[in-house]
Write a protein that binds this ligand. Structure first.
Ligand code: FES
Length: 109
């Protein structure tokens, strides 16, 4: 099942709307990529359904070194590096993380 905002193919509307309408128990794996605010809402819906462990999230972070040395792309509090440990993370790893809460900019702040 997939959605497109323009309705050209699949479901017409936001993926978060269809996630609330379908029975996700029939899906072995769920993959999401796109704007982090959307993925964060998908994460909340799946966590509420205890399905976040079957989901993978493709994250975006500012990369400086891109080889796992500088820490610019880390996800707190576990220190997961998007450039080295990801960019795709299982939903279990994002529980109690800063996912969508904040991210570092070019200065590292
Ligand atoms: S960009 Fe430097 S650790 Fe990921």
């Amino acid at each position: 099942m997939w959605s497109a905002n323009d309705g050209g193919k699949g479901y017409s509307g936001f993926v978060t709307d269809i996630l609330n309408e379908i029975d996700i128990s029939g899906y072995d794996r769920i993959y999401t990529c796109g704007p982090e605010i959307m993925m964060a809402r998908v994460f909340e819906i799946l966590r509420d359904a205890d399905a976040h462990g079957r989901a993978e999230f493709s994250l975006h972070r500012y990369f400086k070194c891109a080889i796992g040395v500088c820490g610019a792309c880390c996800i707190d509090p576990h220190g997961l590096r998007v450039c080295k440990d990801g960019p795709v993370f299982n939903g279990e790893l994002l529980v109690d993380s800063e996912f969508w809460g904040y991210k570092r900019g070019a200065s590292g702040v």
